[in-house]
Design a protein around this ligand. Sequence first.
Ligand code: GTP
Ligand code: MG
Ligand code: NA
Length: 345
Amino acid sequence: EAGSRDVLRSPICCILGHVDTGKTKLLDNVRRTTVQEGEAGGITQQIGATYVPGDAICMRTEALRKGKEFELKLPGLLIIDTPGHESFTNLRSRGSGLCDIAILVVDIMHGMEQQTMESINLLKMRNTPFIVALNKVDRLFEWQAVKDAPIMEALERQKPHVKAQFEQRLQQSILNLNEQGLNVALYWKNPDKRKYVNIVPTSAISGEGIPDMLQLLVRLTQDMMSERLMFISELQCTVLEVKVVEGLGTTVDVVLVNGVLHEGDTIVLCGMNGPIVTNIRSLLTPHPLKELRVKGSYVHHKEIQAAQGVKLAAQNLETAVAGTQLHVLHKPEDLEGLKLLAMKD
Ligand code: GTP
Ligand code: MG
Ligand code: NA
């Protein structure tokens, strides 16, 4: 019910993996959008952010529950998309630094690749819990699509030779991941959630396994990270992009990880030529299930609570530096201290 949903903030989930494993496409499937098709060369070049509300999660996981109740304690999930191309290591690092949990996407036809390993190292470095989406199961020879179905149901419906292919590729991926020092298991065969990383087979095209992926993210965050998700008092906010938007002037896209932002807040940011002190003129978000990095219409807010992907319009943002922290000034006497703090990034 509504009351219990207010207790926890939305977890931030980062999608990581090698180029073209289907990170954006998986998110497109969840959103019912076609963001990937609009990307230059089909390559993601920025960090994205999408808010997936609780209602959407409930709807997409319904087939999995078969009438059983699902106590959703989270308002929703904020999903961060990252590029897989080798030249964007900094963005993968930034994205993974923002998240509570991650989805490591592996192409079932390719197994371990260069940026899979890089991503694993980023996750290990920060001790970030994650799941493995073993994506593109629909590319197994003669796979029969069972649109948006729970993955076990879809697997049961496959011909014996398709099941055998799946099993063989799964074992190969498990071996690859073991070689990276990871204990992994299909999520329904996982003997110990705290010791084994969950694997969920998916298709971003026909949607098999998407309900499982969403349910796993909810279970792992609300059941195992509730303490971390209750802490909302201290502001944590990272600048993703500086963008000129028609009618708004120069704006910054930020991820609000913790705390609250208000229209009119005085903010302090790192600028290329020194600290920027300005007031939030407009506090905007894309609509739920829409990508922050894609131009669209915005929802205006007086106040926004973490976690959210937010667009801020204000004066003097032209020189703001992506990847740095944004601070809010509460007491005038803190100004000089915040300016120093902002420039330390
Ligand atoms: P980068 O962000 O550039 O690293 O790529 P990505 O991981 O976001 O992959 P993207 O979503 O761009 O998908 C790459 C290609 O794989 C596209 O042509 C997709 O249509 C295709 N693709 C993604 N997921 C699936 C899937 O589950 N099945 C099949 N058959 N194709 C997929
Ligand atoms: Mg992408
Ligand atoms: Na791509």
